[in-house]
Design a protein around this ligand. Structure first.
Ligand code: FMN
Length: 206
């Protein structure tokens, strides 16, 4: 199962991106998981993003990696009671059903709990419009729940560790489900491709 992280913060040292990195680090060793190179939208060309100009190789490669993924982990800061504008300009470049068939995990950080529901009322309708139907539980953290350690690096609090561990468990369950579906599909294809040969063999034996 291919998993990609999509980071929507314009800030170079970002709490929501840190949250994303923590989750990806926690799932990369799950058997059957392939973590694709994350898309940090701030590193893409602003000019190409804002002008919806797909002549930029890095941008088209980022869009292709999202298309390739089975599960997308999207992280964003809460800006003005919604997700970031940077994330929106990237989502606007996905095809109309660009998230169809993909599982989604949303991660968000905000200054306080006040806009905790922004993931539900702002981000999820957009994901749904892009075809996403399988949205796993989101992880929301306030800035106080992702403090800096004395060296200035972000660190987690036990409640955020718990939420990330739960998100990782849900992803693990999706991986198992994905593998079972893949195995059933392969089995069915084998039966289908074997049927004419068996029928022919039976015919000749008769
Ligand atoms: C322009 C701007 C708008 C913000 N608006 C909100 C907001 O409406 N609600 C909120 O809870 N936090 C708000 N914040 C705080 C950020 O969401 C918070 O600091 C977040 O952790 C930043 O994530 P980042 O480090 O990944 O960029 C805002 C911050 C900025 C810079």
């Amino acid at each position: 199962m291919k998993i990609i992280g999509l980071s929507g913060s314009p800030t170079p040292i970002s709490r929501s991106n840190w949250l994303l990195q923590q989750l990806l680090a926690g799932i990369e060793s799950i058997e059957g998981v392939e973590v694709l190179a994350p898309v940090r939208i701030r590193e893409l060309s602003a000019q190409h993003l804002l002008h919806a100009d797909l002549s930029d190789k890095a941008l088209t490669e980022a869009l292709a990696r999202v298309a390739e993924a089975d599960l997308v982990v999207i992280s964003t800061p809460i800006y003005k009671a919604a997700y970031s504008g940077l994330l929106k300009v990237f989502l606007d470049l996905l095809p109309q059903d660009g998230l169809h068939g993909k599982a989604i995990v949303a991660l968000a950080t905000g200054g306080s709990q006040a806009h905790f529901l922004a993931v539900d009322y702002a981000l999820k309708p957009v994901l749904s419009a892009l075809g996403a139907r399988d949205t796993l539980d989101a992880v929301y953290a306030t800035d106080a729940q992702v403090p800096k350690d004395p060296a200035g690096a972000y660190t987690s609090t036990p409640e955020i560790d718990d939420r990330l561990a739960r998100a990782a468990q849900h992803i693990r369950a999706r991986v198992t489900q994905h593998q079972a579906q893949h195995a059933a599909h392969t089995h069915l294809s084998t039966i289908k491709s074997g049927t004419p040969a068996r029928a022919e063999a039976l015919h000749q034996a008769a």
